[in-house]
Design a protein around this ligand. Sequence first.
Ligand code: SAM
Length: 346
Amino acid sequence: MRTLVDRLVAQQQLTDEELRQLLLCQDVGVNRYLRQQAQAVRQRVYGRDVYIRGLIEFTNYCRNNCYYCGIRAGNSFAQRYRLSNADILTCCQQGYQLGFRTFVLQGGEDPYFTDARMLEIISAIKSAYPDCALTLSIGERSFASYKAFFDAGADRYLLRHETACPAHYARLHPPQLQLSARKQCLYDLKRIGFQVGCGFMVGSPYQTIDTLIMDLRFIKEFQPHMVGLGPFIPHQNTPFRDFPAGSISLSLKLLCIIRLLLPHVLLPATTALGTLDKQGREEGILSGANVIMPNLSPAQVRGKYLLYDNKAFTGDEAAEGLQHIQQQLNNIGYHVVIDRGDCIGA
Ligand code: SAM
């Protein structure tokens, strides 16, 4: 098994059968070795730097009804909110003072935020903070919309593919949502010139080793700049309320494998990891992750962007939250850097 890990390091590739063996392997020594190799590769490319992204969850309205998601349109218990442009700019201002040089605007697919409204926000942020990168994560849009966002200055786009298996995709989403459309968006974004992130939940209902292998294959072929990956966590007001949460150890193992498949990729230790396990973020960093996305949203709305139950959020001011993260990272020998944090080699 160690030979498999060595080959993954040397060739950044394994066959489907080898990936299966590695994913199923329960040997503690092999899994520890995999993690050591992922850390070594991460340190070779990114040193002990951790990039921070200021996450601004600017709307929890969504027109979609993904079966797993707490802000789905059908959840009538969700307390909906939208941030104003002024609120968003205040978040950026606070973040900038704290050292954030990337802002991530994330939200549901909210029809209120037309292209014109998004362009206004993008231009305002980019003219106030020209040295910062702006990432959008607002779901599926047309090629023309994405192009307009890019031309207005948006740099990066996060759009998890959710699963690379069409049959699995159909069990996670209503029929209006199709994997082919999601993938087309990813290809469009890349063609336009965005730094693009795909990704998936670990342990989503009906996920199997085969669908995971398809995810890894898709990621390797697509060559994203970023991969967002975290455990599925059920939300009480969704059709998937009774499914168990995804496994932390499998999530960490997948982080290791992705780091070795794509040594330069930007890999966040996600909030979902931190929600299921107090040490989740640190464990993520020790498994090859190199990005953390602290929440810059105003404290009064943080408890409303609830994709899943018990989401880790604090009423802390952003500054206190960041200090806490810096301390946690220092404890494991890593440090936050003030930098846009672009994908090296992109
Ligand atoms: N609307 C945008 C989109 O579709 O990409 C961005 C917001 S969406 C809520 C962000 C991500 O949250 C999704 O891609 C999904 O993987 C993740 N997510 C949603 N519900 C989740 C859950 N119950 N557990 C873990 N992650 C979840």
